[in-house]
Design a protein around this ligand. Sequence first.
Ligand code: CA
Length: 504
Amino acid sequence: MNRRDVLKAAGLAVGVAAIPTLATPAEKRTQPNVILILADDLGYGDLSCYGSKKINTPRLDQMAKEGARFTRFYAVASICSPSRAGLLTGSYPQRCGLYMGISPQRAEHCNLGLHPSETTIAESLKAAGYATLCVGKWHLGGDDVFHPMNHGFDEYFGMPFNYHHSPILMRGRNVVAKKADLSALTQNYTKAVVEFITRKKDVPFFIYLPHTFPHLPLAASAKFKGKSKAGIYGDCIEEIDWSTGQILDTLKTLGLDENTIVIFTSDNGPAPQFAKQYQSAGPLKGSKYTSFEGGQREPCIVRWSGKIPPGQTCSELACTMDFLPTILGQAGGKLPKNEIDGKDIFPLIDGTASAKSPRDVLYYYNCDNLQAVTRGHWKLHLPRTVEQCPFWQKTKGWTELKTPKLFNLSTDVAEANDVAAANPEIVKELLELAQAGREQFGDYGKRGSKQRATGDARILTPDAAKPVAPKPPKKSKKPAKSKKPANPNAKSKSNSPRRTPKNK
Ligand SMILES: [Ca+2]
């Protein structure tokens, strides 16, 4: 960013108390740098500081000791795309329009993405004078209209999709490798982040680092391959731990340690095989793809030397949607004009004694199906049919539930003992809450009053719209009928991808 760009950005920053200028010493700036590190498919039990006996994560453990560690923190979906949409917009995926899993190979979804009218954390911080970088897996749409650099990031480097969807590696808007070298990926992501920090050390910056691992397929560099006790899965996580250490060391070396908020979490729970093999979800039931705790409850560590007292454990309810208002609260940025669901949770970790969560209720959606709701320590799983469950859920979790099931998470985090029969008033109250959720955010086949449009390249850029790196579905016996999907905003039930398992 040159001086003109800084001034231009500053001019947009209405209401910002302190406008940054070039080369303001870090210790005199009031706007903290923010680094948001997101693992992909890392489970609640995958870090040593969250109980893993097979995966060694000394740098993340140290980061937790120096800051705050959440024990009841949630991603807002159990799969990648909607979870990331919720994190970046501070809104339920159902509210911001991206509640399905985006794949450039899926005819129904290859033109969908995060709508340009949505305001991301990056856009809000950019308007407040921040330099912004995204390094890693984007997964919020393949058309250029959805590119990270059209969603508030000055620079981008990474794999935009899952490897098996498209293995390309991009720098900015250019494809720099048709097939990314997975074994070098975490090293290269880390290098890009360290380079950016070094280059932008004199201006406030926001870095979003959504790692590609430990999502399948797995690979690690020679230094980490074969080193963990949890196979290549553990190797990938130990390399992410190393990467985090490199970033923290860079901050210290450059004197940015006390002016930088560093956050680590994951977009959803572990793949089912790792949940089983390595107890990756820790004491939680289920895995990715499900609305059990194992699908969405995640490690979350926040460190800010000098501002967040060390050694805290927070058991209050919080989620990834809360990052946006919490970060903007510290950065002096303006909240989006669109209504959001996130809450400022900074008082939970700034040393305020006995601070309580501003969040009382959390809805667990799986695509457009409302499957559970929690209030306080109670969680109610809602009745559902196989047809209502998204295709990725397949046979995982409860795909058919005739009556609601109630769990007391304070004594039964494993969701093992259904206590619905003994607590009819609680069940009634949570069913009413679920209905209130449906009215706002919809449910299978029905739109809610608060749902915004889904980004669709055929509507937004009809001349340019096309699938990125399209391939015919491998297992399909019939060719895809049409690139035209059902209108994702239609009131019919046709906006669900579940009826096309052949196109997974
Ligand atoms: Ca994921």
